[in-house]
Write a new protein. Structure first.
Length: 507
């Protein structure tokens, strides 16, 4: 009796431990499907290694090693060196029944997916789909100027605020807010849907939007009816950076479809193309392919290259048909990233002129991660740089202070000056810098930046800026004409702050 009671208990323990290891058995291949509509699956493979684990994640971005894999009760965690920067991205998985619910801590926000143990057939299908072939690329030539972007493009882009969580309704509401909030009338006209609008390609190769964007043509009509222009996003690679379908091998087809949707602006983001193409020539040829495809549609479409400044893009972006080209890694809503990106643009000024602009990435003004002084520096720096001004906040909710920063006519006029000169640094002392930008009426924009942690007195001597005979000095942010001080100007510049002047010569 006693023996049989014990054997029952032992059997129960054995069954329990068997069931428990069963439900948490990590070893093997898991097919992970993101919960966001349209995003592509990945295959995650775990293998036992002594007391611990080894692992790999496979996607069309290539294979990446899983690091610091930890399995505890019903949770697994690991990290992956992600993206071009190799930044560490943390993943956490929770087992529920036979599924694993995964959360990826991507810099743009959390991304969720649900994984299940893949059958051998599913693994084979995944591997076959991930098999990539290079395209035959066109010979390099100069794509003719499309006549657009005579001044740096201005508008709004969904990425910085919404990342992959963007939909038709939000875009329409933002178009409305850009009109009612005065942003359109200040010059911000492009409404650009960044990554995560894509669904699947059908048997004819037609790329359909995902369920969040039921009718792109109607959305384009709506945006146009508000006096705005319509922008969209794709990649020369098979997948975008968010894991959505890219235009690889479908360039002409997608360009035609964009034109039918009445698209006026395309951002074209390198992303997974790097797995297939590694040379500058290949990169230029792929961008040229889409540049030519856009022009062949006959519709004027501003063409924005996004490849993080690789291979000296300012030297060939225009040849590939580009109207702007990213010169940097992704901006973030913090002072260090923004100021580093902006101030690093010095030296690129020879590449910018009407029709083609250096793009230090979209604005973060209004997203909450910086002080008003820091956002004022952001806006000033981008204007001195003749940078494209793509708003990156939610225009439906905008404080009067942020609206004032974004719609200051005189600041925008410096950015949009028809001479099309990108400014540059002329003086640097400790944590202070002075930058100038020549303007079409013969005046000069002068910006005083203080990167330091305390407010600082700055003095600029006009002769040091080769501005000899001064007739007038206007403080742009204060909107005040100043008494021209003999041969110099002195101001207290706040921590991380800016003074922006427009200095007119004596005629
Ligand atoms: C890259 C780009 C961003 C944004 C995302 C979308 O990171 O640099 O601006 O377009 O991809 O996935």
């Amino acid at each position: 009796m006693a023996t049989s009671r014990w054997s029952c208990v032992l059997l129960a323990i054995a069954l329990w431990s068997c069931a428990s290891t069963q439900s948490h058995d990590l070893a093997g291949a898991w097919l992970a499907q993101p919960t966001a509509p349209g995003a592509s699956p990945s295959l995650i493979i775990f293998e036992r290694h002594g007391q611990g684990w080894n692992g790999t994640i496979k996607s069309q971005f290539g294979d990446r090693e899983l690091r610091a894999i930890r399995l505890e009760s019903d949770q697994v965690s690991y990290n992956v060196a992600w993206g071009a920067s190799g930044r560490k991205v943390q993943f956490e998985g929770t087992f529920k029944n036979d599924k694993m619910h995964l959360v990826m801590h991507h810099p743009s926000g959390l991304r969720e997916s649900v994984a299940h143990k893949a059958s051998p057939q599913e693994v084979a299908a995944f591997e076959a789909a991930a098999e990539l072939k290079k395209l035959a690329l066109p010979a390099l030539r100069n794509v003719p100027d499309n006549g657009l972007a005579r001044t740096p493009p201005m508008g709004w882009n969904s990425w910085n605020k919404f990342a992959i969580h963007i939909d038709d309704k939000t875009v329409r509401e933002i178009a409305d807010a850009m009109v009612s909030g005065g942003l359109r009338d200040a010059g911000y006209v492009y409404v650009v849907i960044d990554d995560a609008w894509q669904g699947r390609r059908d048997a004819n190769g037609v790329l359909h939007p995902n369920a969040k964007f039921p009718d792109m043509r109607a959305l384009g009509e709506y945006i146009h009816s508000r006096g705005l222009k319509f922008g969209i996003y794709s990649s020369p690679g098979p997948l975008t950076c968010g894991g959505y379908v890219g235009s690889h091998g479908h360039e002409e087809q997608d360009a035609k479809m964009f034109a039918q949707w009445s698209v006026d602006y395309l951002k074209y983001d390198w992303c997974s193309a790097r797995r297939l193409y590694q040379t500058r020539e290949e990169m230029q040829a792929l961008y040229q392919k889409m540049g030519e495809a856009l022009q062949a549609t006959g519709r004027p479409i501003v063409y924005a290259l996004c490849q993080y400044g690789m291979f000296d893009v300012g030297k060939w972006g225009r040849k590939a048909g580009g109207n702007l080209w990213r010169t940097t890694f992704d901006i973030r809503d913090d002072w260090n990233t923004m100021s580093q990106i902006g101030l690093n643009q010095n030296g690129l000024e020879a590449d910018a002129r009407p029709g083609g602009w250096n793009d230090p990435d979209m604005l973060e003004v209004g997203n909450g991660g910086m002080s008003l002084d820091e956002y004022r520096t952001h806006m000033t720096l981008w204007s001195i740089l003749a940078a494209p001004l793509l708003l990156g906040h939610d225009p439906r909710y905008m404080t009067p202070e942020i609206k004032a920063l974004l719609t200051n006519k005189e600041v925008i006029a410096i950015d949009q000056d028809p001479l099309g000169k990108q400014g540059h640094r002329v003086l640097q002392q400790g944590e202070t810098e002075v930058w100038i930008k020549a303007l079409s009426d013969g005046s000069t924009a002068v910006a005083l930046f203080n990167r330091g942690e305390t407010s600082t007195e700055m003095v600029v001597r006009w002769p040091d800026l080769t501005l000899a005979e001064i007739a007038g000095v206007r403080d742009i942010w204060q909107q005040a004409d100043l008494e021209p001080q003999h041969d110099s100007y002195r101001a207290s510049v706040p921590r991380h702050g800016t003074v922006l002047l427009r200095v007119s010569p004596r005629r």
